[in-house]
Design a protein around this ligand. Structure first.
Ligand SMILES: Nc1ncnc2c1ncn2[C@@H]1O[C@H](COP(=O)(O)OP(=O)(O)OP(=O)(O)O)[C@@H](O)[C@H]1O
Ligand SMILES: [Mg+2]
Length: 333
């Protein structure tokens, strides 16, 4: 089966105006101003199979939104090729639009001043959807996204979480096969995020929709994406399941140990009982944090080695994508 999304050697540069230091921004003439080239994306190659749900991860300015714009035909690549459902997004944009959905969480594609439902009616005509088809899909989305309470409300009066549910319905009305979501949970509270995550899992499972998703909430990606692509300064630096990424970037689980106050356990007593590659750190609350390699030692094995010490309580902090993110982008990897 051909890939749903394929990017090969994808690159995009921007020419940006730079005002020379000391020069007034509004000064005319070439000497005060100059152009600089920004490499927003360099030599990015990946393929996404139909039905996959992939997280696209990177810090601010890494090139995530630029990639989505290239994949949806909003921007033209400076180099490389892109195929989405075997179509060229720039040259075959209209054909592609009928089969994809794009959501930029920062912007709205709904009509601001009219009730939400009216935007859906307008989209029905834009996508030339049959009456029955539209009725069925809208009914489904109303139920899955619980839209009924605010269908008649003008979009400008919706809360952020309500608007995002409306936006998702709008991009799914025409039953796209591929969905691009750029920060779909931005500003949404924990309950709303959880509902959106479950919704995305549901449409992925039921309809086999291929989803490429960016988010600064790594919990979004960790909980729903079986695969992540890591982007750094416009280059792809990692591709695999979230757990593999955390391992690859050397992020390990941490066992936090609490000893009884009168036990007087010295750090070196713990040290002596553990393999040399475990690291120990005393925490401000008196607990001891043991970082260990899960491949070499399971938490029960670790605890049994310390069984003769007066352990009062313990807590396991799993290696998370958030830790890997901090390590990679915070300069620790
Ligand atoms: N239209 C543009 N003109 C000039 N530079 C741009 C343009 N769009 C993006 N850039 C630059 O390209 C780089 C990548 O931007 P992009 O918006 O793709 O990042 P991002 O990964 O989506 O970041 P964020 O997490 O902040 O949304 C940045 O350096 C940005 O300033
Ligand atoms: Mg962005």
């Amino acid at each position: 089966m051909p890939a749903a999304i394929h990017a090969e050697g994808l690159a995009r540069q921007f020419r940006v105006l730079r005002v020379r230091p000391g020069a007034r921004a509004d000064a005319g003439g070439g000497r005060a101003r100059g152009y600089a080239r920004v490499d927003a994306l360099s030599d990015v190659t990946f393929s996404i199979e139909p039905g996959q749900m992939v997280g696209y991860l990177g810090p601010n300015g890494a090139g995530k939104s630029t990639t989505i714009k290239l994949l949806t035909g909003v921007l033209r690549p400076s180099a490389g090729t892109v195929r989405v459902l075997e179509l060229d997004p720039c040259r075959q944009r209209q054909r592609l639009c009928a089969q994809i959905g794009v959501l930029f969480g920062q912007r709205s594609q709904l009509w601001w001043d009219i009730p939400l439902i009216e935007s859906f009616f307008a989209l029905r005509y834009i996508y030339a959807l049959g009456a029955e088809d539209f009725r069925r899909q809208l009914g489904r989305l109303r139920e899955l996204l619980q839209l009924d309470a605010f269908l008649q409300t003008p979009v400008r009066q919706l809360s952020l979480g309500q608007r995002m549910r409306g936006e998702l319905a709008a991009v799914l009305l025409h039953r796209p096969r591929v969905l691009f979501l750029d920060e779909p949970t931005i500003g949404v509270d924990a309950v709303g995020k959880d509902a959106l995550r479950r919704f995305l899992l549901e449409i992925n499972r039921l309809d086999g929709v291929t989803i490429l998703l960016t988010s600064h909430d790594l919990g979004d990606i960790e909980s729903i994406c079986g695969r992540v692509l890591l982007l750094h300064q416009g280059r792809l630096i990692g591709d695999g399941p979230p757990a593999e990424m955390t391992r690859r970037f050397g992020v390990r689980p941490v066992l936090i140990l609490y000893f009884s106050a009168d036990g007087r356990v010295r750090t070196d007593q713990v040290r002596d009982r553990l393999p040399p590659d475990c690291t120990l750190e005393a925490r401000a609350d008196g607990a001891l944090a043991v970082t260990f390699d899960r491949m070499a030692l399971t938490p029960p094995q670790l605890l049994s080695r310390l069984g003769d010490l007066p352990i009062l309580d313990f807590r396991l902090e799993e290696a998370s994508l958030a830790h890997a993110f901090l390590k990679v982008y915070g300069g620790g990897a």
